[in-house]
Design a protein around this ligand. Structure first.
Ligand code: AMP
Length: 482
């Protein structure tokens, strides 16, 4: 068992990033997967969400990328845009100091912008299936230098709806590209397609983790008739007084209904489901992560893979009909080394689904027979204070984020003013105290650009410079907090 990331012989800049991210000890899945991918082995990995699965492939990919080669070397497929963006964030954080550039490519974004993005220096692409197939068809992504191909949520992606797309991508990859399939739930159905495209497959299953889940997430259910569920939901929240909670329901209408009632009852609450626009969904997840509100009412759209640290409670307002979704939903709590709790509200009609889940997870879910009203009324006041404090802390945390190793800087010029990466490098290297080593990933967009300033020099740079000269033009600079 590997106890330190240093033991993988990783690039010192990757180690530095991991330290900044406060990743000190490799998780179980990381200690098993990282060496295999570093050795270019094809792997199938079954590991629960929240076990550090994303970094287990993001670390070796960032390590193996040759940053002097501007072509795409890693391709990661994820089922949803939210998950794709989250994976991109993880890759960016891990590869930031090594200057690995990662792009997320997904539907409903202008194709033209993506084509321009793919023409820039991009080492790793995270994509949803439809859009990547589109780019492959148009010849706007070059797959000839791909060294790693990863499918996250592989059980879903290699099943009926998507398997043809996945096969079509795999036939276009270089023969020696290493392939990794990851998911919390993988069954034998995907074996035949994996065996067709992968060589000497290494299978990794984090078995002990099963016990770990049960220890880490305590699971309960409570019976209620449909018409009493909303009052019960409020009682559970007051009694449990969670730091943050996700309330799952099965349909968009139900999600909206719960959200509206909670809003009316003055909870600080947000809502997310598939009917909402892409931007709206992304902002909601960001706001929830930043504790702008601490109750998220959600459909199953967030149940797979979305990282929100510190969700202390998951409430299933309805029993999921799909057993696997239950595992994904409750996996939003008890992540990595934290404890979590999941409570499922079960109507008479839903009892049979709960039994199916118990059979599937081989775990008996404990019943809560009633909720003590005294605890509910005491909890109500406590929960209100907790919501107020969260908002206050959020403000002070934003102010504390100074003097970071990496500062992202926004420039108000981009491609439309004929600015290129090389112009930005030139301008920044002329600034006193900043040399090439201190300039990280640069992104040039149509009307603006972003530059990472490394080695704790960003804050000082911003203090001394409100503008910078690029190609004889005075350009405004400011910190990018987005
Ligand atoms: P995942 O299983 O990829 O969804 O990761 C779950 C959470 O664990 C994410 O919030 C990661 O940022 C965090 N994480 C991953 N690896 C580590 C690690 N080695 N140490 C601490 N946190 C980690």
């Amino acid at each position: 068992m590997i106890n330190r990331f240093e033991e993988f012989n990783l690039d010192k800049n990757i180690i530095k990033s991991l330290k900044n991210m406060k990743y000190e000890i490799p998780s179980k899945v990381q200690s098993k997967v990282i060496p295999q991918l570093l050795n270019n082995k094809d792997i199938i990995v079954k590991s629960k969400t929240g076990s550090g699965k994303t970094a287990s492939f993001a670390i070796p990919l960032c390590e193996k990328v040759d940053i002097n080669n501007n072509s795409v070397q890693g391709l990661i497929i994820a089922p949803t845009r939210e998950l794709a963006l989250q994976i991109k964030e993880e890759v960016q954080n891990i590869g930031r100091i090594k200057k690995v550039r990662c792009s997320a490519i997904f539907g409903k974004q202008p194709l033209k912008e993506q084509v321009a993005e793919l023409k820039q220096r991009v080492h790793i692409v995270v994509a949803t299936p439809g859009r990547i197939i589109d780019h492959i068809g148009r010849g706007t992504i070059d797959l000839s230098n791909i060294k790693f191909f990863i499918i996250d949520e592989a059980d879903k992606m290699l099943n009926k709806g998507f398997v043809d797309d996945m096969e079509s991508i795999m036939t276009k990859l270089p023969q020696n590209a290493c392939k990794g399939m990851f998911s919390a739930t993988i069954d034998d159905n995907i074996n035949s397609v994996c065996e067709k495209y992968m060589k000497n497959i290494i299978r990794i299953e984090i078995k002990d983790e099963d016990k770990y889940i049960k220890k880490q997430i305590s699971e309960f259910f409570i019976n209620s008739e449909e018409e009493n569920k909303y009052d019960l939901l409020k009682s559970i929240i007051y009694k449990e007084c969670p730091h943050s909670v996700i309330v799952f329901a099965n349909t968009r209408d139900k999600v909206d209904e719960i959200y509206k009632s909670m809003k009316k009852d003055k909870f600080t609450v947000g809502v997310i489901h598939g009917d909402m626009s892409q931007d709206k969904r992304l902002f909601i997840i960001k706001d929830f992560k930043e504790n702008k509100f601490n109750i998220l009412v959600s459909s199953d759209i967030t149940s797979r893979g979305i990282h929100v640290d510190d969700v202390s409670l998951v409430i299933n307002y309805e029993v999921p009909r799909d057993k696997e979704n239950y595992v994904h939903r409750i996996g939003r709590t008890g992540r990595v080394d934290k404890l979590g709790k999941a409570i499922t509200i079960v109507s008479t009609k839903e009892e049979k689904y709960l039994r199916e889940i118990e059979e599937y997870t081989k775990n008996q879910i404990e019943e809560i027979s009633s909720i003590d009203e005294r605890e509910v009324s005491e909890g109500k006041d406590k929960f209100k204070i907790l919501q107020e404090n969260l908002l206050k802390n959020r403000k002070s945390n934003i102010n504390k984020k100074e003097n970071q190793e990496v500062t992202k800087i926004y420039l108000n010029v981009g491609k439309k003013k004929k600015i290129r990466v090389i112009d930005i490098v030139g301008a920044f290297s002329n600034i006193e105290g900043i040399n090439n080593e201190d300039i990280g990933v640069i992104e040039v967009k149509d009307t603006c650009s972003y530059v990472d300033i490394l080695n704790y020099k960003g804050e000082n740079f911003l203090k001394n410079n409100k503008t910078i000269i690029i190609k004889k033009k005075q350009v405004k600079v400011k910190k990018d907090n987005s």
